[in-house]
Ligand binder design. Structure first.
Ligand code: FE
Ligand code: ZN
Ligand code: FE
Length: 209
């Protein structure tokens, strides 16, 4: 990107998110279909509706600055969506759900960072209308992220833990948890990651009941 001013950088970032959101309107239906948990599928479908509105909001923002509505390939979201495709090809059941949540939360965090920046740029540029529109989307992305954390903690990760993996893996995990060595043990941390744990997804304590 060759933005020379904050105004130009603002437009570049808008184009990035415009492309990203449009990619997500295609990815979310696939994710909803792939999800095993009904609650998770519904959350993806619900966020698809929000994402469609977010695309329209970005179009409104382009209008407030008299710029053409145009996207520019968002490598970040494209990459996260690609990773999600691998998960859908390779995993199944509740472990797939855990991976779908992990990927979706990576997208939400990317979006939270982008919209936080965009809303602040709009404020600096004195564009109150754009700041308001971008702030609305920012709030939706934060809520979507929290919803995913709630689903992960309530059910999905626990089911993934109970239902998948070999006996040995389950035994090893239970043992490392019981002895309270997980936090400091690199081995246990690696184990966590293999379960698709991300911030929020991995959560705090984890019980097997
Ligand atoms: Fe979005
Ligand atoms: Zn991007
Ligand atoms: Fe989102």
């Amino acid at each position: 990107m060759a933005a020379k001013s904050l105004q130009e950088l603002f437009v570049e970032e808008l184009r990035d998110m415009y492309d990203g959101e449009k990619r997500l309107t295609k990815a979310l239906p696939r994710m909803a279909k792939a999800a095993e948990s009904e609650e998770l599928g519904a959350a993806f479908t619900n966020h698809l509706r929000e994402t469609e509105k977010q695309v329209q909001r970005l179009e409104q923002v382009f209008r407030t600055i008299g710029e053409p509505v145009r996207g520019k390939k968002c490598d970040g979201i494209m990459g996260i969506v690609e990773e999600g495709k691998h998960a859908m090809d390779e995993l199944e059941g509740s472990v797939l759900d855990a991976a779908l949540i992990a990927g979706a939360q990576k997208v939400e965090h990317y979006e939270i960072a982008s919209y936080g920046t965009l809303a602040y740029f709009a404020e600096l540029l004195g564009n109150d209308k754009a700041k308001d529109l971008l702030g609305q989307t920012l709030d939706e992305e934060k809520a979507a992220d929290e919803k995913l954390s709630t689903i992960a903690k309530s059910k999905v990760n626990r089911e993934a833990l109970m239902g998948a993996g070999t006996e040995d893996e389950r035994y090893e995990y239970a043992r490392s948890t019981r002895h309270g060595s997980r936090r400091s043990s690199g081995r246990a941390m690696a184990h966590d990651r293999s379960r698709g744990g991300v911030r929020g997804n991995a959560g705090g304590r984890r019980r097997r009941s």
